[in-house]
Design a protein around this ligand. Structure first.
Ligand SMILES: Cc1ncc(COP(=O)(O)O)c(C=O)c1O
Length: 461
C-alpha cells in the first residue's frame, strides 16, 4: 500500500456558511467593473430593471459589495446531500504521465444532478420560493443545468420549465427524462412556445439552437408571466458567488494536503464552475499574498470566447431581451458548432471573469474535441472517473501543465475542477472511440459577421 495520501475529506460541519464575493478585491486591485446596460435605453440599469426576472434577494447579491454573503440554513441543509465534495490527488494519472507534478482535483460530479450546477440551483430555488414565486423558467445547454434546476425546484416546491438547446435535446434524451423525473417540463429550443423561438425557427428552420437562443426563450417566458421568474445557471454575479463553496472547501482541503496550488485550472462556459474553484484563491493573488499563483481557463476551439472573442458590451441572449454586459464575446448571433460539450457553447463569459482575463490575472487556452476526449479517456482509465465533456477541457489543461512540469523538471502543484461526470455523454465517448468525432474549427468569417452586430453603446470598455 502506498503511503501517499490521495483523499482529503471534510466533515459535514465544514460546509462553508458564507459565499465569497470577489468584487471588492477586483475593485481594490484597480480594475473597474462596468455596469450592465438596458437593452432598450442602453443606459445603466438599476435593481428595479431586473425585478421582472429575479427576486430582490438575488438582485442584491448581484450588486453586493460585501466580501461575504451568508448561506441560508435551508440551503446548507440542501447542500448536505452532496457537500462537502471530495478533493483527491490523481496519483495514477501522475504516474502514467511520469510527471513530478502533484495533480489535485475537486470532484463536483457527486451531486444528485452530476455536476456543480446544484450549488447555485438550490440557492436560487430557495430565494425564489422565499419571494413567493410559483414557477421557474430556465434554459439548459448540456442538460446539466436543467437537471440541477429541476431537482432544486422539486426540493423547494416550485414548478420548472426548461428550454433545452436542440442539439443537446437530440444528443441526450436521458437528460430530458432526468428533468421530467423531477417534475420539470422540457422543450427543445428554439421552440414554438415563445416569440423568440418562433422567429428563429422561421429564419433558420434547421437551427440546432444555442444557449443564447434558449436564454431568450426562458427570459421571455418569465417576463410575460407574473408568477414566474427566470433562473440562469452561469455568467451572472450571484451564480458565480454561490459556486465559491467549491473553492472555499478546496482551500481547506489543500491545507490538509499541506500544499498550495501553483496553478488552478477549470473549464469555462459562462464561468461559474471555474470562478467557483478559483476566486477564493484569486483573492490571494490580487492581495499580493500569492503573486505567482497562475490561473488557467480552458474552453472549446469551436467556441473560443476568451481566446478569440472581443472584450465588448454585448447582449447576453440572441433576441436582445436581457441586459447588455461587458464581457469577452463572439457576438450574440454566434451559434457555435454542436460540440458535445454543450455547456460550453455560449457566446460570452461572465463579466468578472472577463475582467480578470483582460487584466492578465488569468490565462486562457482553447482545445479541439478530439484533444479533450483523449485527455478525458486517459483520466478515466487512470483514475476511474469518467468526466463530462465540459470537464475534459479542464482535464486536458491539467495534463498539459503536468507534462510541462515534467519537461521543466519542476514539482508543480496543479489543482483543477472536475465539474461533472459524463454518464449521460456516452454517445460522445462512443463517437470518440469510433474515431468519428469532428474537430470543428472556429470560422473567422462567422466571427466577423457576428461581431458586426455588437450594440453601439456610449460607455467605452
Ligand atoms: C458539466 C458542466 N461544466 C461546465 C459548464 C459550463 O458552465 P460554467 O462555465 O458556468 O461552469 C456546464 C454548463 O452547462 C456544465 O454542465
Amino acid at each position: 500500500m502506498s503511503d501517499v495520501r490521495t483523499r482529503f475529506d471534510l466533515q459535514p460541519d465544514q460546509i462553508p456558511t458564507a459565499w465569497f464575493n470577489i468584487m471588492p478585491d477586483i475593485v481594490k486591485a484597480g480594475m473597474e467593473p462596468l455596469p450592465p446596460l438596458s437593452p432598450q435605453t442602453k443606459e445603466p440599469i438599476g435593481p428595479d430593471d431586473l425585478a421582472p426576472l429575479f427576486p430582490m434577494s438575488l438582485i442584491g447579491q448581484e450588486v453586493s459589495t460585501d466580501e461575504w454573503v451568508d448561506v441560508p440554513g435551508e440551503v446548507i441543509d440542501a447542500y448536505r446531500a452532496w457537500r462537502p465534495s471530495p478533493l483527491s490527488r490523481a496519483t495514477r494519472l501522475e504516474q502514467s504521465l511520469q510527471t513530478p507534478a502533484h495533480i489535485y482535483y475537486k470532484y463536483e460530479g457527486g451531486s444528485p444532478a452530476g455536476s456543480h450546477k446544484p450549488n447555485t440551483a438550490v440557492a436560487q430555488a430557495y430565494f425564489n420560493k422565499e419571494a413567493g414565486i410559483r414557477r421557474i423558467a430556465t434554459e439548459t445547454g448540456a442538460g446539466q443545468w436543467g437537471s440541477a434546476m429541476a431537482l432544486a425546484c422539486q426540493m423547494f416546491g416550485l414548478e420548472c420549465d426548461v428550454y433545452m438547446v436542440k442539439a443537446s435535446y437530440d444528443q441526450k434524451p436521458y437528460r430530458r427524462v432526468f428533468m421530467e423525473t423531477f417534475g420539470a417540463g422540457v422543450v427543445a429550443s428554439p421552440s414554438d412556445k415563445t416569440n423568440s423561438g418562433r422567429a428563429i425557427r422561421e429564419a433558420h428552420p434547421d437551427s440546432t439552437g444555442s444557449l443564447g437562443i434558449a436564454i431568450s426563450e426562458a427570459v421571455e417566458d418569465a417576463a410575460t408571466h407574473e408568477d414566474t421568474n427566470y433562473a440562469l445557471g452561469s455568467v451572472l454575479g450571484h451564480v458565480l458567488l454561490h459556486q465559491t463553496v467549491i473553492g472555499l472547501e478546496a482551500q481547506q482541503q489543500m491545507a490538509m494536503a499541506g500544499e498550495q496550488p501553483d496553478v488552478v485550472v477549470g473549464c469555462v462556459g459562462g464561468g461559474s464552475n471555474y470562478a467557483g474553484i478559483s476566486y477564493p484563491f484569486m483573492a490571494g493573488k490580487l492581495r499580493g499574498e500569492t503573486p505567482d499563483m497562475r490561473f488557467l481557463a480552458t474552453e472549446p476551439a469551436a467556441c473560443p470566447t476568451l481566446t478569440k472573442g472581443r472584450f465588448a458590451y454585448d447582449y447576453g441572449d440572441t433576441s436582445r431581451l436581457g441586459p447588455i454586459v461587458p464581457m469577452y464575446t463572439l457576438g450574440h448571433d454566434f451559434v457555435p458548432a454542436p460540440v458535445h460539450a454543450g455547456g460550453l457553447r455560449y457566446h460570452g463569459d461572465s463579466p468578472s471573469l472577463s475582467l480578470l482575463v483582460k487584466h492578465g490575472h488569468m490565462d486562457a487556452v482553447a482545445y479541439t474535441q478530439n484533444e479533450i476526449f483523449e485527455a478525458g479517456l486517459l483520466f478515466a482509465k487512470t483514475q476511474g472517473v469518467l468526466p463530462a465533456p465540459e470537464a475534459n477541457h479542464a482535464v486536458k489543461g491539467a495534463i498539459d501543465e503536468a507534462i510541462a512540469a515534467r519537461e521543466a523538471g519542476e514539482e508543480r502543484v496543479i489543482l483543477f475542477n472536475l465539474c461533472g461526470h459524463g454518464h449521460f455523454d456516452m454517445q460522445a465517448y462512443d463517437d470518440y472511440l469510433a474515431g468519428s468525432l469532428p474537430d470543428f474549427e472556429f470560422d473567422a468569417a462567422d466571427e466577423e459577421a457576428a461581431l458586426a452586430n455588437l450594440p453601439e453603446v456610449s460607455i467605452p470598455v
